[in-house]
Design a protein around this ligand. Structure first.
Ligand SMILES: *Cc1c(COP(=O)(O)O)cnc(C)c1O
Ligand SMILES: [Zn+2]
Length: 398
C-alpha cells in the first residue's frame, strides 16, 4: 500500500496527504510573492517498506511515486538514453563521462517528468484545469500531457520565450497568456489565477509533486548505470527544482538503504542569472533585479526553490559554477560536435563547466561524471545561429 507524508523543509511539520496541496500552512505565512517560496514540502515515504518492496532488475519506478498507478497519465515520459560520451570525455580529460539525454522527452525537455506527475494528481483529485507559470518548457510539457488526458492547461509565460516553445503550447490547445514581462511576474499572476479561479497549480516547487516528478531522472540514472550511484552529476539550475529532484532520488535510495552514497551535485548557472550560485557561495540570499541570458530556461530573478537548492548542493558535497554568455554558445557547439547531441543553451552550458571542474580538482580521475541534458536544441534555433556560419548556397554546376 502506498504510504507517504509531506514534511515541511523549513519547520519540519508533517502533513497527511490530503491535508495540504502546496506549501506548509505555517511557513507560507512568511511567503511574500516576489521572493523565494517558504515552507516547500518534501515527500517522505515509509523507507523500511520501500527497502522490502524494491527489486533489482524489475525497473519499476512506481514504488517511488507518491501516486497510485491507476492515475498515471496515458502519455509516457522519461526512459531517455544514458550513454558514455567518449569523444567529449577525451576532449576534457574526463575518462568516465556519461550523458543522460532528457532533451529526448516527448516535448523536448525534462519538464515532462514534473508535468506528468502533476497531471496524474489532477486525475486523482478530479480537477480538469491546470495552471502554470513557465519560461516555456514547463508550459509545453503541461500543455501536451493535458491534451493527451483531455484536460485544460492555462499558461502564463514571457512573450520573449523562444518561438518554438510558444508554438508548442498553442498547438497543443492550451490557453496561452504571453506576458509583456518576466517569468517572475508570470509566477505571481499564475498564483493569483489559482487563488481566484481554482484549478490545480503546477508552479515549480510550489507544487511539491514537481520535485517528485523530476526525481525520476535520478532514479533512471541509477538503474541505467547498473544500480550504481555516479560520483558527480552536473545540472543546470534556474529555480532549483531539477537539482533538488535529482538529490531527492538519491536521498530516497539512501534512506531506504538501497544505496549507501550520494552523488556530488554541480550547480551550473549563467553569470547573468546567478541567484542560487550567489546564495550558495556567500551564504546570503538576494533577489536579482534583472537576469538577462540567452539561456532562457534558467533566466530567473527569484528562484522559487532557492533555499532547498542551496541545502541539497551542500548536503551532497557539491559545488556551484558560473558560465558566461560566450561560454554557453561555445559549450553548445562543443557538445554537438563531440557527442551528436543538440541541446538548448540552458542545458548546454553544463558542458563548459567540465573544463572548470577539472581545473579546480573537484573531479578525481576515476570519478564517474554524468552530464544531465535537460532540453532539446531544436526548441531554439535562433540562438545558435549567432555562433555558426551556414555555408553559402552554390549553383548546381559545380
Ligand atoms: C527548467 C529548466 C532548467 C532548470 O530547472 P530548474 O528546476 O528551474 O532549476 C534547466 N534546463 C532546462 C532545459 C529547463 O527547461
Ligand atoms: Zn513549515
Amino acid at each position: 500500500m502506498l504510504f507517504f507524508i509531506y514534511k515541511c523543509t523549513e519547520c519540519g511539520r508533517e502533513y497527511k496527504r490530503d491535508e495540504v496541496t502546496y506549501l506548509c500552512h505555517e511557513c507560507e505565512k512568511n511567503y511574500l510573492p516576489g521572493n523565494p517560496l517558504r515552507g516547500v514540502l518534501r515527500v517522505e515515504f515509509d523507507y523500511a517498506d520501500l527497502n522490502k518492496s524494491f527489486k533489482r532488475d524489475r525497473n519499476d519506478l512506481s514504488l517511488f511515486m507518491p501516486l497510485e498507478r491507476e492515475y498515471f497519465p496515458l502519455f509516457p515520459v522519461g526512459n531517455t538514453p544514458f550513454s558514455k560520451a567518449e569523444v567529449l570525455g577525451d576532449y576534457y580529460g574526463v575518462k568516465n563521462l556519461y550523458l543522460k539525454n532528457d532533451g529526448l522527452n516527448p516535448t523536448g525537455s525534462l519538464k515532462d517528468r514534473a508535468s506528468w506527475l502533476v497531471v496524474g494528481e489532477s486525475k486523482r483529485l478530479g480537477i480538469n484545469e491546470i495552471i502554470t507559470a513557465s519560461t516555456g518548457n514547463a508550459a509545453s510539457s503541461l500543455s501536451a500531457i493535458c491534451a493527451a488526458e483531455g484536460k485544460k492547461a492555462v499558461i502564463y509565460l514571457p512573450a520573449s520565450a523562444p518561438k518554438a516553445k510558444i508554438i508548442q503550447n498553442v498547438l497543443y490547445g492550451a490557453e496561452v497568456i504571453p506576458l509583456n514581462g518576466t517569468y517572475d511576474e508570470a509566477f505571481k499572476l499564475s498564483l493569483r489565477h489559482t487563488e481566484e479561479k481554482g484549478g490545480l497549480n503546477r508552479n515549480t516547487a510550489y507544487n511539491p509533486l514537481t520535485i517528485e516528478g523530476k526525481k525520476t531522472v535520478g532514479l533512471e540514472i541509477f538503474i541505467q548505470n547498473n544500480y550504481k550511484v555516479p560520483d558527480v552529476i552536473i545540472v543546470s539550475v534556474g529555480d532549483g527544482v531539477i537539482i533538488s529532484g535529482v538529490y531527492k532520488a538519491f536521498y530516497d535510495l539512501l534512506q531506504s538503504k538501497i544505496t549507501d552514497k550520494l552523488p556530488r551535485l554541480v550547480c551550473v548557472q549563467a553569470e547573468n542569472s546567478a541567484a542560487i550560485h550567489n546564495y550558495f557561495t556567500s551564504g546570503e540570499y538576494r533577489n536579482l533585479s534583472e537576469s538577462k541570458t540567452i539561456a532562457d530556461s534558467i533566466s530567473v530573478n527569484v528562484p522559487s526553490n532557492a533555499f532547498m537548492a542551496k541545502e541539497v548542493i551542500t548536503a551532497s558535497n557539491g559545488i556551484s559554477i558560473l558560465i558566461s554568455e560566450e561560454e554557453i554558445l561555445r559549450g553548445q557547439k562543443i557538445l554537438a560536435e563531440k557527442t551528436g547531441v543538440f541541446a538548448e543553451p540552458s542545458s548546454a552550458l553544463i558542458v563548459s563547466a567540465l573544463g572548470k571542474l577539472n581545473d579546480s580538482g573537484f573531479i578525481n580521475s576515476n570519478d564517474q561524471v554524468v552530464l544531465l541534458i535537460t532540453g532539446n536544441g531544436l526548441k531554439d534555433i535562433e540562438t545558435p545561429m549567432k555562433n555558426i556560419i551556414i555555408p553559402e548556397t552554390r549553383d548546381l554546376k559545380l
